[in-house]
Design a protein. Sequence first.
Length: 262
Amino acid sequence: STNTKGTTAFIGTYSDPDGRGLFIVENGKARIVARSGQRIAPGENYSFSEHYFPSSINERDELAFLVRIGDKNALYIARPAGLEMIAFTGKPTPIKDANYLGFGNRAPSINDKGEVAFSAFFDGPDAGRGLFFRANGETRLIARSGQNLEGTNYNFTDFNAPIINNRGDIAFIGNFGGRSRGIFLKTSRGIEKVALVDEPVPGLSKDEVFNNFTQPAINDKGEIVFYAQWKNLKAGINVGIFHRDEKGNLKLLVKRGDKLPK
């Protein structure tokens, strides 16, 4: 990924010795963010492995990433001044008496302020999965499994693909009620649904309902776009791209089978 200054982040494999690392090229010079075999910090016994799951690089030349460390996982922010660990398997979460269990190989998301959104598993007396927000050196819980999905009889069970904008709004895929899922938006007003499995697709017949979703994108106005699959008992499965404006209006932009523009 690259930002408007041309600072670019990438994962590269290298020889002598063989390994894999996360790199940044800035002002024509490459630097190592983290590489396999590198100690996570001076005096630590843990070393980075070959597995990296980074965010896009932001306008401050920062990126957030998930990395495997032996049999554990950790989340970091790579800043020009160095690495900042934000979560590590076995270390405490913001939830009382609960430690991180893992992050499911899910990349975190960072905005241009350096704020991060991520999902994680946690242990403790009420173990589960959560959506977290990191800003100014502190992490707080946004939502957790077992939390009621407002206006329904369902509870959240998992959180995937969070993406954060510069206002701190977070769009994500939330699982609920067993195998059901939907696109959601977290703002200062709370969590609101954008689209849910088995709900009608706007602009189509009532028999056509959402079936699945992939990672959303969000801009700084809070507008969301996402790719979705929907089903119809007669016509089968179709796919398309949807847009939700800042007022909450959801619209199908294009679907499979549409004619190309002239």
